[in-house]
Design a binder for this molecule. Sequence first.
Ligand code: NAP
Ligand code: ZN
Length: 365
Amino acid sequence: MFYMPSRVFFGNDALTRATERIRSLGQKALIVSGKSSARMSGALDDIERILSQNGQEWCLFDRVQENPSIDTIMSGVTEFVVNSCDFVIGIGGGSPLDAAKAISLVAANHTDRNNIYKAEKYKKSFPIVAIPTTSGTGTEVTPYSVLTDPKTQKKAGFGSELAFPTLAILVPLYTLTMTQTVTLNTGIDALSHLLEGIYSNKRNTVVFPMIFAGIKIIYENLPKVLQDPRDLSAREEMMRASLYGGMTIAHSSTTLQHSIGYPLTSVFGIPHGLANGLVMKGIMELYYPVIKKELDSLFASLNITQMQFYKWLEALKLSLDIRIPEAFIEDRTPEVMESRNMANNPFEIDPEDIRRIYRELKEKD
Ligand code: NAP
Ligand code: ZN
């Protein structure tokens, strides 16, 4: 079953085309963003202009840090309530968008911070507009929000149909300002999502043409945008692939590929997409024997061999500049085993496989 209720507007005029829909969402918006990219990308100016044309009010909550914490969500909820807002607009990468989704649900359900991950308790939400400025997470079309608990340094997500954005507005122009590092890390995140649509035990061949197309787009266009960050047509393709990745995981969810990366981010601050990329080859090798048929048809569709795919990945030079201590591996392997996404692996994972993949990272250092 494929279900994705968000209305998607895609293209450089997408925000203008969404004007009437935005008007219908309420009188006052809480705009949720990070520190500077919402303004720098041009998205914040554009949405402010549209809201004022529509006669709508807004206030800005621009304090979302990377990998948003539960504390940030609770501060955003206070802003939402104190300012009597009636919808949220997230602008930015996955961090502000996931924060916007959580703020909507927590505010609508008067949830306390200890119950934030309990998706079954959410009964309603305020409308959510998601305007991505990275091409990576696809969160503008997923039912997930990924948050970090600062007390335990644990990063985890929850999924609720109520967290699907009402409007997903994708404007490739907004991604032109991404640095090379953010471009690379987020592009690899989108690739992870697409691959996980093949790996997941919830995989559905109905979406395989979209997955294969998305991977081909990244294979061809990620090197182009790294080479020339101002290549708008390659940026547009990357945003399309990111959207396909989001639609894929909205259906299939993520797997060990994501679960194993979360502690690398919450403990060492390794960016989300890079964490996925560092383990991508290890995970593919682990899964290959059981999903050989699907992966072989992917490589055939790309007209490359598995080895050529690894060479392409290597050429991106994803690297780790910290040492992974053995104590981290011992401490965090049980956390990975318990994570929600582990229910979606194509077979039951042995904790020793997780330790081995972490140790391979350590050896590369
Ligand atoms: P991000 O954490 O939102 O942002 C990373 C950095 O990129 C920030 O410094 C941000 O600046 C900057 N940035 C964003 N857009 C930019 C632009 N157009 N120009 C220049 N700089 C820009 O990165 P992300 O990789 O997109 O999101 C990662 C988060 O999403 C993680 O927490 C991950 O777990 C989550 N995620 C969620 C889902 C889901 O379905 N819910 C799926 C995958 C990943 P500012 O701080 O100034 O904004
Ligand atoms: Zn991801």
